[in-house]
Write a protein that binds this ligand. Structure first.
Ligand SMILES: Cc1ncc(COP(=O)(O)O)c(C=O)c1O
Length: 377
């Protein structure tokens, strides 16, 4: 029997579940209630027949997904609803993509630290993971030289995630074009995990043209920029019809199809993306200002690079023994969860800061009180 373990960040959170009442590490934007979402359109949901959904996903939803992707990006080939497949979250999409493309001995390239399963799903299959290690010395930035050092004939897949979990750095349109050319040169697959691409509150140029390349796949989801993690819908979009067929076959044996209700709710959210994303992006921007002010007041204790886009950033806590001991003590005293960066593959005294929640200001008051009560060692 293979020994499957919980992803480290989930195991850590569960270990503290008796202590924790609020989080400073959430990766999602602020959730709407079901009632708030249905204010956009209640008719669509009431008319939903409670039957199986198509394995590939509801056709109208897939059209909305493709439209959403095209609004954010700039490829020249027009995508159709048939280029998308829905999944029960981005995680199921990523898992299906890894299953479809990777076998023991293959090599992949991943930015680290990372959303844990981008690395662990590969390692558990015996895939060789070539890491591009982001560093605070470079403000977590990555450039094309970092990719050219590790991508070669053996590379089966390049995995991108921008805005990046957990650092908040981005791959802008220029770098995206360079990485795309590199993938084409070595004819490897290119996967872009775009789950928080729409959290672009600074109006940066994040558009990419990956889907002009037949070996590329983009993953999106309801949980991050939309903040709708309770709608368990993610998706993969690719121009590659042969790969789509395999992804649909994998989904058919894993979950058969997504919930019809979730698909109908996701459709409403995508049709009203502008209103939902504007509200969420305003919350993130306000929270960045609050945290920047807090860091200024506690320069000797904390430092950070505010995220360029997305919902997450890393915060360094200075003059402490270990991040885990510090996070545990904070949780015990205040009920606040902070996820140490080692859970995402980065050693050092950093924690992942989530900036998406409306309750952030309130949580920060408690967090600051704790800082004032516990002088550094
Ligand atoms: C970068 C990234 N990709 C994928 C996922 C999975 O998203 P979901 O949990 O909605 O399936 C996450 C969740 O934290 C994530 O941060």
């Amino acid at each position: 029997m293979s020994v499957l373990r919980l992803p480290k960040h989930i195991a850590y959170s569960q270990g503290l579940s008796n202590e924790v009442t609020k989080s400073l590490s959430d990766s999602t934007a602020q959730a709407l209630t079901l009632g708030e979402l249905l204010q956009f359109s209640v008719n669509d949901i009431e008319a939903t027949p409670l039957q199986y959904s198509p394995v590939q996903g509801d056709a109208l939803l897939r059209q909305e997904i493709v439209n959403f992707h095209q609004q954010l990006n700039c490829h020249s080939d027009t995508l159709e609803a048939d280029n998308a497949v829905t999944f029960c979250g981005a995680q199921e999409a990523l898992s299906a993509i890894y299953q479809a493309l990777l076998k023991a001995g293959d090599e992949i390239v991943v930015l680290t630290p990372s959303y844990p399963s981008l690395v662990t799903m590969a390692k558990s299959k015996g895939v060789v993971v070539r890491e591009i290690a982001l560093s605070a010395d470079n403000q977590w930035q990555v450039n094309i030289e970092d990719f050219t050092k590790v991508v070669n004939e053996k590379t089966q897949l390049i995995v991108l995630n921008s805005p990046h979990n957990p650092t908040g750095s981005i791959i802008d349109s220029t770098l995206a074009e360079q990485v795309l050319q590199l993938a084409q040169r070595y004819q490897c697959y290119l996967l872009s995990d775009d789950v928080s691409q729409a959290s672009n509150y600074r109006g940066l140029t994040l558009a990419h043209g990956y889907l002009d390349y037949s070996k590329s796949i983009v993953v999106g989801v309801m949980s991050k920029s939309f903040g709708l993690a309770g709608i368990r819908i993610g998706w993969a979009v690719t121009p590659n019809k042969a790969l789509l067929k395999i992804l649909i076959a994998i989904k058919a044996v894993n979950s058969i199809c997504c919930s019809k209700i979730d698909e109908a709710l996701a459709c409403i959210a995508l049709k009203n993306s502008h209103a939902i994303l504007s509200r969420n992006n305003e919350i993130i921007s306000d929270n960045i200002k609050l945290f920047s002010a807090l860091v200024l007041r506690h320069k000797k204790r904390l430092s950070w690079y505010p995220p360029q886009a997305g919902i997450l950033a890393l915060v360094e806590v200075k003059n402490i023994e270990t991040m885990t001991a510090w996070s545990n003590a904070l949780a015990k005293k205040t009920g606040i969860l902070t996820l140490p960066s080692e859970l995402f593959g980065l050693q050092g005294n950093y924690f992942r800061l989530g900036l998406g929640q409306k309750s952030f200001a309130q949580t920060l008051v408690k967090f600051e009180r704790y800082l004032l009560e516990t002088p550094p060692c």
